[in-house]
Design a protein around this ligand. Structure first.
Ligand code: GLC
Length: 742
């Protein structure tokens, strides 16, 4: 007996569901034909029911228009619900699906869930994963997450998040792929392909491109806050990742909570119909974010719920997550001729299409196999892939005197509350992951280093005390090297976790100062799901490692990197500001009329008087245990036509003693255009293995697509003029060559 919504449901074993009374039940017909036949048999209320998505499990938003549990079951049984979110596990999904297919036309539910970076085996947060610059691995990671989720009865994940953001005050930067639109697009497309695969093998789930659009621009990094974006910036900086994910075949798109041009995204016809459907040809369905249809009232856009239901459908949005207003008001609005049958059929039809595509009409229990659920969950293979992903995510920011990698035979003093706290290893979006399964840094290091001590050094609230610091000094003095895990808890990552002070706490700085005084080499490992302000910590330590929040294999991956079993290759995909006052700061900025000079001379130019203008660490930055030397960059020509391809080559030498993987990055600059262009734009990269002492020639091809940009109407434009190419290990330290585009 299963209890769903608190109701005891007999989870009968329905093995097959082959009824072929009507054409829509005939798998031999095309999906389009089956959808058309079914729509022709549905009542208006049943069509409106397909647009209704209710929460069926843990809340991931505020309760609105609460429906009683008995009422929920009755709605499912009567076909008044098209989807549930947050119901997971074969037993629960089977039990509630059994109720759904009792409805008059036996329409199955689609189950959605936030599988953001793993389902049971938890991978690095997406922002960290993106620092690997390994698109194949990123796709593989998403396919593992999909395999576990689909085995647990989930049909649809609310991922990838494609919001470009430059603001580490925003807790959700962890969910994306960093600040560059081109790279975030490639990563988002890889995630879509990983989640969806070919969708008819029970091992994949529908993807959902979110939050459409430009939600990463929430003002001041404050969750749910306003967004104000020009059309030029919308097209050139914020839309590309969503477009790349749609082009990769994403089945669904989720509205953002915020507004664009003063219109809430879920009621924004320009975004949902003009851009997504008409310009990009998106054929899937659009789901609101949690209760965002109803929140159009709070925004001051809709008069009341009925008005919000009307405006959302008219804009082209379809499924109503948790507002419960579409199912309630659309039949009335149709009677009043405020919406058309065609509009309702299009919305319901797009949702039904995906259910047919998943095979749910032919077998509603296709994803409900208990044996498979047990077999694929949290396997050693999945964890091994998660560990590799985690190793590839760790960014080495500083390594003075090469104190890293650690000598395994030396005595290590490991200090830091977070190095031994499982609950703080996980963030807000961990699916069905259990932090008790996660490996701490202490556990990981103990498996590599026999002579190791541990103490907290600070409290779980990041404060410290004389007692804690004295204990840390004692341990440090007795050791050869200190590894101190600083940062903030993974619990401070994700939705509704905006921070005004994304920085290392005073208590941890006090600890670092005390440890520096011991004269022992100090390695600082930062655990955080966003770039923190590390400016006060950096001069106090000999080595600095951005360890992020890496999921189940966190400690094993960190240990493997610290002892050199893995040579770090990650490069940050989000700028590390020098100070909070610099935020937002990013590499692909504009030159301004009074460009910042780096020599600090002169007056009357764009700068702060109290801090440097440069960030602490720029986009694309990350060190290795080896070193690389870049030759001058060579171009196949110094002038090219718009139809030509420009070949760019550079030699990279591994000048160190260790083999290593280097991500060679190529940026361009368009000096004069009808809309101004950034001082640098990433347009290509190659991650290559270079053996110690080896030199590799790296070549790129630039075409007109790489030199184009968008005007305010979203038209792709390419214009003649002077360009530069920059190639290097990050967005700052590059070799430059110029060319003219005719
Ligand atoms: C949340 C999030 C969204 C998530 C949805 C369902 O409010 O904004 O990203 O997918 O609700 O949990």
């Amino acid at each position: 007996m299963k209890f769903i919504f608190g109701i005891a449901l007999c989870s009968i074993t329905v093995n097959s569901f082959a009824q072929t009374k009507f054409p829509y039940q005939n798998p031999a017909l095309t999906i389009e034909k089956r959808v058309a036949d079914l729509l022709g048999r549905m009542t208006v209320e049943e069509k409106a029911g397909q647009l209704n998505q209710l929460n069926g499990g843990a809340f991931t938003g505020p309760a609105v228009n609460n429906v009683g549990q008995n009422e929920k079951i009755k709605m499912v049984q009567s076909g008044a619900v098209g989807s549930l979110l947050n119901v997971v596990g074969v037993a629960d999904t089977r039990a509630i699906q059994t109720e759904a297919v009792k409805s008059r036309l036996h329409i199955p539910l689609i189950f959605g869930y936030d599988v953001i970076h793993g389902y049971k085996t938890i991978f690095p947060i997406p922002l960290a994963e993106a620092c690997s610059w390994d698109l194949e691995a990123i796709e593989k990671n998403s396919s593992i997450a999909a395999k576990e989720a689909s085995a647990a009865g989930v049909h649809w994940t609310f991922a990838p998040m494609c919001d470009v953001s430059n603001d580490p005050r925003w807790g959700r930067v962890m969910e994306g792929a960093g600040e560059d639109p081109y790279y975030a697009g490639l990563v988002s497309a890889a995630r879509v392909k990983g989640f969806q695969g070919n969708l008819n093998d029970n091992k994949h789930v529908l993807a959902c491109v979110k939050h459409f659009a430009a939600y990463g621009l929430v003002e001041a990094g404050r969750e749910y806050n306003q967004v104000d974006v020009s059309r030029v910036m919308l097209w050139n900086k914020y839309l590309p990742p969503y477009k790349a994910a749609v082009n990769a075949g994403a089945a669904t798109v989720m509205n953002a909570f915020s507004v664009v041009d003063g219109v809430p995204a879920s009621a924004n016809k320009y975004l949902v119909t003009d851009v997504l459907k008409n310009k990009w040809g998106f054929k899937g369905f659009v789901v609101s974010d949690w209760a965002s249809f109803g929140e159009e009232i709070n925004h001051g856009y809709a008069e009341d719920e009925k008005d919000a239901a009307l405006k959302s459908l008219q804009a082209g949005s379809m499924m109503d997550m948790e507002s419960k207003i579409s199912q309630k008001y659309l039949p009335e609005l149709l009677k009043e001729k405020k919406i058309t049958t065609q509009q309702l059929d299009e919305a319901a039809g797009k949702i039904l299409y995906q259910k047919f595509r998943l095979g749910l009409f032919d077998d509603p229990f296709k994803f409900c196999n208990e044996a498979n659920e047990k077999a694929v969950m949290f396997t050693a293979e999945n964890r091994a892939i998660a560990k590799t992903a985690a190793e590839k995510s760790i960014v080495l920011l500083k390594n003075n005197n090469n104190i890293l990698p650690l000598d395994k035979n030396k005595k290590v003093a490991l200090i830091g509350f977070y190095a031994n706290s499982k609950p703080d290893l996980f963030d807000f979006w961990i699916g069905q992951g259990n932090s008790n399964d996660a490996v701490t840094v202490y556990e990981g290091l103990k498996s590599k280093i026999s002579n190791i001590s541990f103490c907290n050094g600070y409290n779980g609230d990041n404060s410290s005390s004389e007692t804690l610091i004295n204990e840390a000094i004692q341990n440090a003095t007795a050791a050869d090297v200190v590894v101190v895990n600083i940062g903030i808890s993974g619990k401070m990552a994700g939705e509704d976790r905006s921070l005004a002070y994304p920085q290392i706490s005073d208590g941890q700085i006090a600890l670092l100062k005390a440890l520096q005084k011991t004269g022992k080499p100090v390695v600082a490992l930062v655990s955080s799901a966003r770039p923190l302000i590390l400016t006060l910590a950096e001069p106090l330590v000999d080595a600095l490692v951005q360890g992020w929040i890496l999921g189940t294999e966190h400690g094993n991956a960190v240990a493997s990197m610290l002892v050199g079993d893995y040579n770090p290759s990650a490069k940050t995909v989000m700028t590390f500001p020098y100070a909070i006052g610099q935020i937002p700061i990013y590499y692909n900025h504009f030159n301004t009329g009074r460009p910042t000079t780096t020599d600090g001379l002169g007056n009357w130019y764009s700068r702060y008087r109290d801090i440097p203008n440069e960030p602490l660490y720029p986009f694309g930055y990350g060190l290795s245990y080896t070193s690389y030397d870049y030759s001058e960059v060579k171009l196949s020509s110094s002038t090219i036509t718009k139809s030509a391809t420009l070949k760019v080559t550079i030699n990279v030498k591994n000048t160190g003693l260790m083999d290593g993987e280097e991500t060679v990055q190529l940026y361009i600059r368009d000096y004069a255009a009808s809309v101004i262009r950034p001082v640098k734009e990433l347009k290509a990269f190659k991650k290559i293995m270079i053996k110690a002492g080896e030199t590799k020639e790296v070549s790129f091809s630039l075409t007109k697509d790489d030199l184009s940009f968008y005007d305010a109407d979203g038209n792709s434009i390419i214009e003649s003029g002077k360009f530069s190419v920059f190639v290097g290990p990050n967005s700052r330290d590059t070799k430059k060559a110029d060319f003219i585009l005719n």
